[in-house]
Design a protein around this ligand. Structure first.
Ligand code: ATP
Length: 281
């Protein structure tokens, strides 16, 4: 579906992405993880063609991204970007309808409107259809943006969905709902690539994980082999443990609270902080 070959990218003499290669296939859910500043969003901007590689290539369905007309690309891949600040008083329906712009000229068809309704239902926000978008909470706005992204790619065979931190601002239930939805899309043959901060969601839902570190592909492969304590320690600087609760199929990644690289997490330290706080009152 999308193939990244030895991609480098830099701005103003600073190289942000170093020689990254990977291939995401139709029906796969890729999670890109890594510490702040590791290059995840920059990688997403390269995948969506917002940025152009300094060297190397990115091919979508065997064709270099450069060679797509923008209108053609808009019908092959949809992007949920990290920053989506809209302050104009568009209604929720109007925002999601923006996802259908590549498909109609002046007026949306009944089909476009039906897809908008369907996608609003998919993210559980159909009841807000006529609300003014800026009046929604942060998590609600994010779900509307997710619906817009889905509406753009709905009914596209082999469509690619690029999600940069899709669960920002969402409560726990909707984080899980979003990942379940991503899996539902991959089951239909879409490719999904998402920047994910929650390593447990990546572990439970992704088919493949790419850990980025300092603009490089630090490790990639199936979650169980990639999201191991050694890799997490090396890429995030945090000691973790994997624990397997009873009756679960998945281990859970938890900070190694007994480890000294987590200041303030042991009981002694907690008591210390609490008493300091009390003193300052
Ligand atoms: N236009 C730019 N000019 C200069 N530096 C940039 C530019 N865009 C990104 N960077 C730098 O590139 C690095 C990677 O940024 P990027 O946004 O890709 O990180 P990220 O992994 O998505 O981080 P986060 O988890 O904090 O969102 C950072 O150090 C950032 O400051």
């Amino acid at each position: 579906m999308i193939e990244v070959n030895n991609v480098n990218f830099g701005v103003k003499g600073r190289q942000l992405i170093h020689n990254v290669s990977f291939r995401a296939n139709a029906g796969e859910f890729w999670a890109i993880v890594g510490a702040n500043g590791a290059g995840k969003s920059t990688m997403m901007k390269l995948l969506s063609r917002e940025h152009k590689p300094t060297s190397g290539s990115i091919e979508l369905h065997g064709k270099n991204l450069d060679r797509y007309k923008l209108s053609e690309l808009a019908r092959k891949r949809a992007v949920l970007a990290q920053q989506n600040s809209i302050t104009l008083a568009f209604s929720v329906e109007e925002i999601v309808l923006m996802g259908r712009y590549p498909f109609y000229d002046s007026q949306p068809t009944d089909r476009d409107l039906a897809i908008v309704d369907h996608c609003l239902q998919k993210v559980g926000i159909a009841h807000f259809k006529n609300r003014s978008f800026p009046t929604l909470s942060g998590g609600e706005q994010q779900r509307v943006q997710l619906a817009r992204t889905l509406a753009q790619i709905w009914e596209i065979d082999g469509g690619l969905i690029l999600l940069d931190e899709p669960t920002t601002g969402m409560d726990l239930l909707h984080q899980y709902e979003t990942f379940r939805l991503a899996r539902e899309m991959t089951a239909k043959g879409y490719g999904v690539i998402a920047v994910v901060h929650d390593l447990n969601l990546a572990l439970q839902y992704a088919d493949q994980v790419l850990i980025m570190k300092d603009g490089k592909a630090f490790a990639s492969g199936i979650p169980e082999e990639v999201l191991i304590p050694e890799n997490i320690k090396d890429s995030f600087g945090l000691s973790v443990k994997l624990i397997q609760p009873d009756h679960t199929h998945f281990p859970i990644i938890v900070p190694d609270i007994g480890n000294s690289d987590l200041p303030g997490y042991n009981h002694h330290k907690k008591e210390h902080i609490t008493s300091e706080n009390n003193n300052s009152l």
